[in-house]
Design a protein. Structure first.
Lengths: 179, 124
């Protein structure tokens, strides 16, 4: 509990959401986040990084709509989104349900990204960009891009929910100078 | 089929101004649509048509503020179509704000995988 309060006190939430998810809502969240970020006194490059990472994260959820049943997206806790300042900079977190069958694939992808050096991330990104096929779903570049832009490990967790779904939370830290 | 492909900028999609008569193409603004393929497909079709009778010189100016990863795949699709034009007839200019090293890096990614030379130009 002590740790929890220390954590809350050391971070300042800029924007958060918990609730049902629709495509238009995710869109509006991007707009609101953009307005909130524009009001911050912060280096342009840092703001751009935070914005482009949160766009990737939110659109990642959008692409998961196809994997998850429509009904589960209507639940009160279908998704969570947090954009906050912390002592090291900013972090963006999202949480959403994914099919249990998707978990091993996602976990393997995240682990590979987290083990890669900056040069390996760049090489891998260019390789996927060059060879990958164009699909309606995500481009397969999202995690690579977030890891590259943030320069930090992607923090993730899969919490089993029931026989069908797990709750997938993902946090990306963006380093910034002390305010 | 018209000779130009034009779309006004929105807060999620760039201005597309592809002038088939002058061979001057511009993409400017932000490209963060949720469904990039749906957004870019008509432009791919337009370029397929343009490449059947291109201008002697094609100049493509890209001035993006942001783009999402699905847009980056679509950019590659555009470049692939330009690679089919006669070599030496195409110029790609990648503009970036001097303090935006991420946008400079992104230009470098495309430069590495596209056969057409890409000029990196810092916006003054």
């Amino acid at each position: 509990m002590d740790n929890y309060y220390r954590k809350i006190q050391s971070e300042a939430i800029i924007m958060s959401y918990k609730g049902a998810a629709t495509a238009s809502l995710l869109n509006s969240m991007i707009d609101v986040a953009q307005t909130r970020l524009s009001l911050l006194t912060e280096q342009g490059q840092v703001k751009k990084r935070v914005f482009s990472i949160l766009v990737e994260l939110l659109q990642n959820i959008y692409h998961h709509f196809q994997d998850t049943s429509y009904l589960s997206m209507q639940e009160d806790d279908a998704i969570i989104f947090v954009l906050a300042r912390d002592p090291n900079g900013y972090h963006v977190s999202t949480g959403n349900y994914v099919s249990n069958s998707e978990v091993p694939r996602l976990q393997a992808k995240l682990d590979t990204v987290n083990q890669a050096t900056a040069d390996e991330l760049r090489a891998r990104y260019q390789q996927v960009l060059n060879n990958g096929t164009l699909t309606q779903k995500s481009a397969g570049l999202g995690f690579l891009d977030m890891a590259r832009k943030s320069g930090n490990k992607l923090e993730y967790e899969f919490k089993p929910y029931d026989h069908q779904f797990s709750f997938f939370s993902l946090t990306v830290h963006i380093t910034a100078p002390q305010p | 089929m018209t000779n130009n492909y034009y779309l006004a900028e929105t807060n999620k999609t760039p201005q597309l101004n592809f002038d088939g008569q002058s061979g001057h193409f511009v993409m400017a603004g932000r490209s963060i649509p949720e469904n990039s393929i749906e957004f870019y497909q008509p432009l791919f079709n337009w370029l397929d048509h343009y490449s059947t009778a291109p201008q002697p010189r094609t100049v493509f100016d890209i001035k993006l503020e942001y783009f999402n990863t699905s847009s980056s795949k679509c950019l590659v699709e555009i470049f692939r179509r330009l690679e089919k034009l006669p070599p030496q007839s195409v110029v790609i200019n990648w503009y970036y704000e001097p303090d935006d090293e991420d946008m400079l890096d992104s230009g470098g990614d495309f430069k590495n995988i596209v056969a057409i030379p890409i000029n990196m130009i810092a916006i003054q």
